[in-house]
Design a protein around this ligand. Structure first.
Ligand code: RUQ
Ligand code: CUA
Length: 654
């Protein structure tokens, strides 16, 4: 949610909140839930949830995984931010994953999680998530729940309309929120109109490995490209990007970018552009961006810099891009399950415009244009509009769909979810949420076949929903039953970071493929060992490599001598366990790095540079066994000039 741009209305909302909060010391904030609500969210001990929900972390930069309907937090998957809890971004193996053309970037702002799809339906293989600040897209493998790829997006700034995907996971997209000079260079900001451009990047996804590669980049007028969704069914082959600031202002946007009555949704015929590119249209532009891949046999990431990107301008792709006028500062651009309707969420609009794909193609064929922007024709609003949802509420942002022909739109300002019928656009139900919803999710809710049943409202303001925890409150999500005619509130649950978008999928599509261990015989880590007897310490100049094993309940070697002040010591810890859920951890006194948390069959490396002579205990940090506290060892560090030789003990003969 772009809070600033709707400040005025927001103030109004706050006033309402104040009035609301002040109007009673009642303990019941909002409607009481119905008496059957507890049984609908209660997941018996030992039983599993029905859905996995993958919730973007917003400013945490991570991805959180919850069970629905319980709202239980199952896991936080580190993506763009370092995580000392398990060493992500601290270990030698994972540091390359956070490399960018700006150097090592330990944080990002992740807004949208998007599941891979097959035939327009989430298939549970991968999850894509955007890094908003340092433009990147990450891919998480849903059998390991680990980030295995991060690719940077050149010529982009504020990678917000991303990483939405096509129905067959052919492409993920990355549209820039901030227009900037392409290529980026030193120009006066006042030269915005002349020099600043938007870019929409299409990344090809390898169907077997999932690996991404920037296929082409469209250079577009200098607007703010906010959100997007792919067409499906009849509209498969098209992509729809909402954009605001068609005023092209570069200061006081909350006022200056709200001047026009309508901004746009940009319709892009990617299939047509794909054909043009195959014919050689477009040109390579020098660019520098980084592609990082994690190999789960080598248990290591590698980072590679790429040097050019294929760009196309509007006049290269004539007949493949059209602007549809959309009231007013649109945010969400959502396509219904049939693929016929495109819903715009105008943050400041009083209606929800619903565009018709068939009318759009007709208008294109009949050239029903209202001029153009830098060569991109603008279609006439009435010619592409199916109709408007009247009086939906205030501040429509995002729309998801159920399996019964209904749409659900989040209303930030009036703080409610509004249910309406897609084909008639008539509002049939509304439910207040607490408070100020941003995105909402329905399992499969942006796909061809939504599973429906639940809706999660991800609210931006928590206020009085939970016990106070000082000035900072965790964000609140609300689970809503949408199986009947009327929406019913079931549950509030706190979430980590600041969730923006999230997606959910039936549990068995993921759980059946979930990996339990890494096979030790497949461990191809260059410093990995296959058994305790291979454990050793080697000196190479001032580098000391400790090939260490961990297995209940011993770290081998557990005594090391001959390390000197100023040495770079690399602890390569291999967990020899081959049993599910038996990690071992590692740390050493004074370690100015994170811990290691090593899964069965895996090898991880932490670098340590001792600064003073002495004895340094190390130990396993994960309570792995009855003798976990015995899983310890000593490192002797000698003076720089000492002649103590490398010496260590192994566990042989024990
Ligand atoms: S969002 S402000 Cu409404 Cu998707 Cu990021
Ligand atoms: Cu291994 Cu505790």
């Amino acid at each position: 949610m772009d809070k600033k741009s709707i400040k005025g209305l927001f103030v109004l909302l706050l006033t309402c909140l104040v009035i609301f909060a002040g109007c009673g010391k009642s303990k019941n904030k909002g409607p009481l839930v119905e008496s059957d609500a507890p049984s609908k969210v209660y997941v018996e001990p030992g039983k599993y949830d029905e859905f996995y929900a993958f919730v973007s972390g917003g400013f945490s930069g991570q991805l959180a995984v919850y069970g629905l309907p319980s709202g239980r937090l199952l896991r936080v998957v580190p993506v763009f931010s370092q995580n000392p809890e398990n060493g992500w971004g601290y270990t030698e193996e994972t540091k390359p994953m956070l490399n960018t053309s700006y150097g090592f970037v330990p944080w990002d702002d992740s807004h949208h999680s998007e599941l891979s799809m097959k035939d327009g339906v989430p298939d549970g293989r991968w999850l894509f998530i955007n890094g908003n600040n340092t433009p990147r897209i990450a891919r998480v493998n849903l059998s390991t729940f680990r980030t295995e790829e991060i690719i940077e997006i050149p010529n982009s700034a504020g990678n917000h309309s991303s990483p939405f995907i096509t129905p067959g996971t052919e492409y993920v997209v990355a549209g820039t929120r901030f227009s900037i000079p392409v290529e980026n260079r030193d120009v006066p900001i006042e030269s915005y109109k002349e020099n600043f451009k938007g870019t929409l990047s299409f990344l090809k996804v390898n169907p077997s490995s999932g690996e991404m590669d920037i296929a082409f980049q469209l250079i577009t007028p200098g607007f703010d490209y906010d959100l997007s969704h792919a067409g499906k069914g009849p509209s498969d082959g098209w992509f729809f990007f909402s954009c605001y600031n068609s005023e092209q202002s570069y200061s006081l946007l909350e006022v200056n970018a709200s001047q026009k009555d309508k901004d746009f949704i940009l319709a892009v015929n990617w299939k047509k552009i794909e054909e043009l590119v195959a014919k050689g249209v477009g040109k390579e532009m020098p660019a520098s961006y980084v592609h990082n891949v994690y190999d789960d046999k080598k248990h290591s990431g590698t980072s590679e810099t790429r040097k050019s990107v294929k760009v196309l301008y509007p006049n290269d792709v004539e007949g493949a891009m059209y602007y549809m006028p959309c009231p007013k500062s649109p945010h969400g651009a959502d396509v219904d399950p049939t693929g016929e309707f495109i819903v715009g969420g105008g943050k400041l609009a009083t209606v929800i415009p619903v565009f018709s794909f068939s009318k759009m193609t007709k208008a294109i064929n009949e050239k029903k244009f209202d001029g153009d922007v830098e060569g991109i024709p603008v279609l006439k609003y009435e010619e592409v509009l199916a109709g408007e949802v009247q009086q939906p509420g205030l501040g429509p942002l995002h729309t998801e769909f159920d399996d019964k022909g209904y749409a659900y739109t989040s209303m930030f300002v009036s703080s409610e979810i509004v249910k309406w019928k897609v084909d008639t656009r008539e509002v049939v139900d509304r439910l207040p949420v607490y408070y100020s919803v941003g995105h909402l999710l329905i399992p499969g809710g942006d796909s061809k076949k939504p599973w429906g049943k639940y809706l999660v409202s991800m609210n931006k303001i928590t206020k009085d929903r939970f016990l106070p925890t000082g000035p900072e409150l965790s964000q609140s999500s609300q689970l809503i039953d949408i199986s009947g005619d009327k929406m019913k509130l079931l549950l509030d649950f706190p979430t980590v970071g600041e969730p923006h978008y999230a997606q959910a999928i039936p549990a068995d599509l993921i759980s059946k493929n979930s990996l339990k261990i890494f096979k030790i015989e497949e461990n191809a880590h260059p410093y990995g060992i296959k058994s305790e007897k291979d454990a050793r310490v080697e000196r190479k100049g001032n580098e000391v490599h400790v090939y260490m094993s961990a297995i209940r309940s011993h770290l081998t070697p557990d005594n090391i001598e001959g390390v000197k002040v100023g040495d770079d010591v690399y602890f390569h810890l291999t967990n020899l366990e081959q049993d599910w859920d038996i990690p071992h951890g590692f740390t050493i006194m004074g370690n100015q790095n994170s811990e290691l948390l090593v899964m069965p069959g895996e090898t991880c490396t932490i670098k340590w540079t001792p600064k003073a002579p002495g004895i340094y205990p190390y130990y396993c940090t994960d309570f792995c066994s009855a003798l976990h506290q015995e899983m310890q060892g000593y490192m002797r560090v000698s003076d720089k000039n000492s002649n103590v030789q490398i010496k260590f003990n192994s566990n042989q003969g024990k």
